[in-house]
Design a protein around this ligand. Structure first.
Ligand code: CUA
Length: 351
């Protein structure tokens, strides 16, 4: 029974941990994540050792003390009072705990030091604000805001300065640097670093409300040059691209209906308005509000009924707009691309 159930249980565990949801938990792609993964491996191996020992002893005793015709009424002596045995099974767990504790404490100090406020020089510092139910990323140098997509340069130390706008959330991007809570009224820091360019999926890891499961984000790690190019493109106040006629009409609809909450470069001097994502560069996003693939039809669906796709979102329905206005609006937000970085691949990893 036990032996038959074990492989099923392990398969389930592997499926759960290997990232059915697009999140790779056991595939670190940076030094911070690798350090945490090392601790995870150490504890898993030790746990397996304990598990194997217990199982072997269990089946050994089952066999050794089985009922035979000669021993039908025989009750073996218990080990009570056996000092040697008692000391052995007290000392072994202590030794195991010490083996786990030494690297854990060392890593805890190393990881928090890497994100320490005193050692931020030469690092890319990005402010993160968790909202119900989206992530805001603020690049202090350059005054850029993005939502649900975090661009970072590869091979560089990045420190995320994490806050919350409402309740407790937790930023989790296992491939680059673990997990850190976003707590209202408190500032936490997390060190992340990517070895190579690619897209890495992250999510909120603290139950924070109705759309907690949809509070996803993507980290796009790029070469230093691509990262600089992206930053420059994001800083442009006005896109040089010629808008199509319906995108231009959509811009008017946007200014009348959406601009009170959503900022867009070129539509105002501020990078945030209300409690809603800045939509600059929206065309480059893979998903709408991190729940729907970024297509024109889906934008119309989203405008019609955001709560259907993301329960608990603060965005109201704009069903009352005419079908034509919604189409134009979708055309406009899809025109919010970035000059100078078009045709750039995003790695397509897990998205
Ligand atoms: Cu935010 Cu869960």
């Amino acid at each position: 029974m036990f032996r038959r159930g074990m492989p099923v249980f392990l398969l389930f565990l592997m499926a759960a941990l290997s990232g059915c949801s697009g999140i790779d938990v056991l595939d670190p792609k940076g030094p911070a994540a690798r350090e945490e993964f090392g601790l995870f491996q150490l504890t898993i191996y030790l746990m397996l050792l304990v598990l194997a020992t217990v199982f072997i002893l269990f089946f050994y005793f089952l066999w050794k003390y089985r009922i035979t015709p000669e021993r039908k009424n025989h009750i073996p002596n218990g080990p009570s009072g056996n000092k040697k045995l008692e000391i052995t099974w007290t000392v072994i767990p202590i030794v195991i705990l010490i083996i786990i504790a030494i690297p854990t404490v060392k890593s805890t100090y190393h990881l928090s030091e890497a994100a320490d406020a005193k050692h931020l020089q030469g690092k890319t510092v990005i402010e993160v604000t968790a909202h119900q139910f989206w992530w805001e990323f603020h690049y202090l140098d350059g005054d850029i805001k993005t939502s649900d997509v975090l661009h970072i340069p590869t091979g560089e130390d990045v420190v995320l300065v994490i806050r919350s706008d409402d309740t407790i959330h937790s930023l989790w991007v296992p491939q680059l640097g673990g997990k850190m809570d976003a707590v209202p009224g408190k500032t936490n820091r997390l060190w992340v670093k990517a070895d190579e360019p690619g897209s890495y999926e992250g999510k909120c890891a603290e139950l924070c409300g109705a759309a907690h499961a949809y509070m996803l984000f993507t980290v796009k790690a790029e070469s230093k040059q691509d990262f600089q190019k992206w930053k420059q493109a994001m800083q442009k106040k006005e896109s040089g691209k010629q808008k199509t006629e319906s995108a231009a009409a959509g811009e008017k609809v946007f200014k009348k209906n959406c601009l009170s909450c959503h900022a867009v470069n070129g539509s105002g001097e501020t990078i945030s308005r209300g409690n809603a994502p800045n939509l600059t560069g929206f065309a480059e996003h893979d998903r709408i509000a991190s729940v729907l693939p970024n297509t024109k039809e889906n934008i119309v669906k989203w405008i019609n009924d955001p709560k259907k796709y993301k329960p608990g979102t603060e965005m109201p329905s704009f069903k009352h707009l005419s079908a034509k206005e919604k189409e134009e609006l979708a055309e406009y937000v899809q025109s919010l691309g970035l000059d100078g970085i078009s045709g750039e691949g995003d790695g397509g990893h897990g998205s």
